[in-house]
Design a protein around this ligand. Structure first.
Ligand SMILES: Cc1cc2nc3c(=O)[nH]c(=O)nc-3n(C[C@H](O)[C@H](O)[C@H](O)COP(=O)(O)O)c2cc1C
Length: 356
């Protein structure tokens, strides 16, 4: 097993085609999904030489996760569709690999059990909790409190989903309910919360920055705002007290005409002007992709589907392999670029051809 593509192929063989398509698919014509990968494919790394590329250090400080690896697990829903151990396997693997796990509100295991599984492997493991601001503020507060009680060290608030993206593959399969025995465990006992299926998670097009302020005032946890593409929104997130933003188009699952995340990263990083870190996800599959994203202004990257492919193909072991290979590949790429630490990945190393 060598690359993310190999893992995807194994997962495709292991999964019911309905669930493979749920994980793999995007919104509309899937043009944003493709754009994420194409943006990486357009870039090359321009290496430096004779700079002494050892010893190397891949550590980065993120909200609630000091000295962590720059590769995070992005939140994805319903891991038990991929493997019977679901998010428990993902949590153990992320902890073993030393990567921050972002567990989703739409998980098939409660955040308390997910966090306990991660800490069973590494008592210091950092787990973040992703949520959507709920139409009923008391429900949002309850989710945030449960995450804090479970020992999560940051909240990731996803803001790119005032309405759901239209996923053609799910429509074609008629997939809108979880199979019997699976539920959205963080939501099932909350007022207005549904055990749910893929289209059942409550959100509201009426939410605004005021709702983010409310949550910020009601939690001690740092907030990462996920789903930022416009530099103006990055600036607003910083002004509203976010600890970081995640540049994300939801893996091409929301606005189909959205740009590739890598293409908007420089403008977002400029707008933030180092006040808070920019993270990025979407299309990260190789160590070189991570290096390109970091050199373009990201403090860290998230991976969504690769984790699901590892999970579907080989459970905890598969997820751990995906994450460890990605980190090892980043380390190798850093050495080949003549770098020793992440700060050595500077913007001048990224090119679309020769030196600019
Ligand atoms: C099957 C699936 C489910 C997802 N569910 C969520 C979710 O519940 N909340 C969220 O913020 N993002 C969700 N995402 C988006 C991911 O967090 C992430 O932004 C995206 O997968 C990154 O792109 P990549 O898959 O190319 O790495 C989901 C993505 C996929 C593929």
């Amino acid at each position: 097993m060598t690359s993310a593509d190999d893992w995807e192929e194994r997962a495709r063989q292991a999964l019911d085609p309905v669930y493979y398509d749920y994980f793999a698919g995007g919104a509309g014509d899937e043009s944003a999904l493709r754009a994420n990968r194409r943006a990486f494919a357009r870039r090359r790394l321009l290496p430096r030489v004779l700079r002494g590329a050892e010893p190397r250090d891949l550590a980065v400080d993120l909200p609630g996760a000091p000295g962590t690896c720059p590769i995070l697990v992005s939140p994805t829903a319903f891991h038990k569709l991929a493997h019977p151990e679901g998010e428990l396997a993902t949590a153990r693997a992320a902890a073993a690999a030393g990567c921050v796990l972002t567990s989703g509100m739409a998980a098939t295991v409660s955040i308390a059990d997910v966090a306990a599984a991660a800490r069973g492997v590494d008592p210091e493991a950092a787990v973040w909790f992703q949520l959507y601001l709920q139409p009923e503020p008391a429900v949002t507060d309850c989710l945030a409190r449960r995450a804090a009680d479970a020992g999560c060290t940051a909240l990731v608030v996803t803001v790119d989903s005032p309405v759901f993206g239209r996923h053609g593959r799910d429509r074609r399969h008629g997939f809108h309910e979880l199979p019997d025995g699976l539920a959205c465990e963080n939501m099932r006992d909350l007022p207005g919360g549904s055990a749910g299926g893929p289209r059942d998670i409550a959100m509201s097009p009426l939410l605004s920055w005021d709702d983010l302020d409310r949550l910020r005032d009601n939690t001690e946890l740092p907030i990462v705002v996920k789903g930022i593409l416009h530099p103006g929104d990055a600036r607003l997130a910083a002004e509203h007290g976010a600890a970081a933003v995640m540049v994300s188009n939801h893996g091409g699952r929301q606005l189909d005409a959205a740009p590739a995340t890598l293409d908007v990263l420089p403008a977002v990083a400029d707008a933030l002007d180092r006040r808070i870190p920019a993270l990025l996800d979407g299309g990260v599959r190789h160590g070189a992709d991570v290096a390109i994203a970091l050199a373009t202004g990201a403090a860290a990257v998230g991976v969504g589907r690769p984790v699901l492919w590892g999970l579907a193909a080989d459970g905890e072991k598969g997820v751990r392999d995906v994450l460890e290979r990605l980190r090892d590949d980043l380390d190798h790429t850093l050495a080949l670029c003549g770098g020793r630490e992440l700060a050595d990945l500077t913007a001048d190393l990224v090119t679309t051809g020769g030196p600019s």
